[in-house]
Each structure stands twice: as C-alpha cells, then as structure tokens.
Design a binder for this molecule. Structure first.
Ligand code: CP
Length: 317
C-alpha cells in the first residue's frame, strides 16, 4: 500500500483488511517482525489523543520504531505557500521539511485539519498534497482537511464486532456543538458506510448541514432525526459545520442531542462517537455511561485500524 487517504484506497480489499484487523485484535504481536529496523514517522499539525497514541501502539505491535513531531511547536515554523519570499515568521519550507522527515522513516502519518475559511483550499487537500508530493515514503492520513480514514476503518471494525444480524441499519446523526468543527469525520464515515455491503445507511441533520455529495454517494438523508433513528442498530453522532455555508454554525438546536429517549427509538441500538465528545451537548450522560455506548471499544479499535494500514505500507516499502 502506497497511500491511505480514503475508502478508495481499500475499496477493492476492505473485507480482507477488516479480517486482518480482527486477527490483529486477537493476536496483536503476530506480525511483530514486519516493522523490525523500520520507523513510523507521525507529524501532527493539530492536537490529538487517540490518533497519536493508537498509531504509536500500532507501530510498536509491528515491532517498528516511532517518532512524533508536533509541527510548528516542536519544529521550525513551516511555510506552506510556494513562491513566497520567506521574510516573515516561517523559518523552513514544507518542501524541505517533508523531504527530510520522510528520509527519517519508512511510513509517514500526517494530521492536517481544515482552516474552515477557504473551502477550495480545504477540499483540494492543499497541505496533504504537499506532504505527498515531497515524501519519499508511503503517506497515511491521520485525518486530513476532508477525511479521517483510520477513524472510519476503526468504526467498521467496531460495527463488524457488535452487529447481531447479517444486515444492519447505521445512522449518522448531526448533534449540536458550540464550535465550528470540520466535516472530515462525517464525510469519511458517509463515504465508507454508504459503500459497505452489509449496511443500510441513513444520514440525519438539520437543513443546511448537507455534506459534500462526493462523499455521501447518494445516501438517504432524513431531516427528521426521530424518523431516521427508528430501528437503527448503530447511532453514530457527530457535529459538523456547514459545507454549503462553509464553516458556519447554522444551528445549536439541543433537541438534536442524543438522549435516552432518542436511543429508545432504535433497535436496542449501540451509540458511537469518534471522541473527544462534549457530554450533554452531543450526547447525554445516561447514554454515554450506558451499556449501549461502545465509544471505548471504538477508540480501542483505532490501534488495529492503524496496525493494519501500517503493516500494509511497511510490507510494500
Ligand atoms: N478520534 C480522534 O481522531 O481522536 P483524536 O483527535 O484525539 O486523535
């Protein structure tokens, strides 16, 4: 595997990779020699708890070394624009920085959030593409401006583990938040779960929060959350800012918070969220602390999604 940015990179073999991830969960050290004398490099342009730690753990499980760089705070301030006179605060251009960092590893993970101000810049994945152009090793997205594929793969592992029937209904629901958040998690979730063959996928959100059609792939959208949640086997809550009115908060309607009453509409459904989650805003305490919540196993599966992808990248190096 030379890159992992989206479902497209695994579309042809996602079932095989899912089985591999489930095998890694049973036997985490079965491929502990794959990473021998190899290094996984992780660059973070933005904060992280789960992605950082699960990626480190995944690399260790494969016997690889790891380095982590917080770009900007741990390094020189990087210049992103081409052709600029660097007489401002930036001390090093991303071109040299990525060429150097990729010389120090065998797989390069990068986290780069959108700025939510310039839709074209974000949706053209300007920073991720600069990393790819200048890297001499496979690049893995640790969440980009538009997608979060390692999260979606972990979500797939989790749903596969918890599903009780051959086919399952999975509902992605918008929920309120006080800050404008990226669309990367819901875009990615929609892109994956609209194409997983055992899933009946539904999206629910207030009007104005339609996601980019490039990722929803014609999914059913139901604007009435109660209607959408009926008989759901899995409820995946997430806030996102508007794609059409780019980066704006259009609603803070607390009736969209996932509560016990909302979960009672489901088919004894499981509650999911990528974390971090704001309690009693996105989801009520009595849901998050109940047996229906599988957010911790979901976060745990981040190890095995990363381990599977790193292993594929290291094998092809
Ligand atoms: N879900 C997720 O990506 O968590 P972090 O932002 O903490 O890495």
């Amino acid at each position: 595997m030379k890159q992992f940015f989206s479902f497209n990179d695994v579309k042809s073999n996602y079932k095989e990779l899912l089985n591999k991830a489930l095998d890694y969960k049973k036997n985490p050290f079965t491929d502990k020699h794959i990473g021998e004398n190899k290094t996984v490099g992780l660059i973070f342009f933005n904060p992280s708890l789960r992605t950082r730690l699960s990626s480190i753990k995944a690399a260790y499980n494969l016997g690889a070394n790891v380095w982590v760089l917080n770009a900007g705070s741990d390094s020189w301030t990087l210049e992103m624009a081409d052709g600029t006179v660097m007489d401002g605060n930036s001390q090093e251009h991303i071109k040299e920085a990525i060429q150097v960092m990729s010389a120090y590893c065998d797989v390069l993970g990068v986290r780069t959030f959108p700025n939510l101000k310039n839709k074209d810049e974000d949706y053209n994945e300007v920073i991720l593409n600069k990393v790819v152009e200048n890297s001499s090793v496979p690049v893995v997205s640790l969440e980009s401006a538009t997608l979060h594929p390692l999260q979606s793969f972990a979500d797939l592992i989790t749903i596969a583990e918890y599903k009780k029937t051959e086919r399952v209904k999975v509902v992605l629901t918008w929920a309120p938040h006080v800050r404008a958040l990226p669309q990367s998690v819901p875009n990615s979730f929609a892109d994956w779960f609209s194409q997983i063959d055992f899933v009946d996928f539904v999206i629910t959100h207030p009007k104005g929060y339609e996601l980019n059609e490039k990722f929803t792939n014609g999914s059913q959208i139901i604007y009435d959350q109660d209607e959408a949640l009926k008989d759901a086997d899995f409820v995946y809550a997430k806030n996102w800012s508007s794609f059409t009115d780019y980066g704006k908060i259009l609603s803070n309607d607390s009736s969209w918070t996932v509560t016990k009453e909302k979960m009672n509409l489901t088919n004894n459904g499981k509650f999911m969220h990528c974390l971090p989650v704001r309690r009693n805003l996105i989801v009520s305490d009595d849901v998050l602390d109940s047996d229906s919540s599988i957010v911790i196993p979901e976060a745990t599966n981040r190890i095995f999604s990363a381990q599977t992808i790193f292993s594929e990248c290291l094998k092809s190096k």
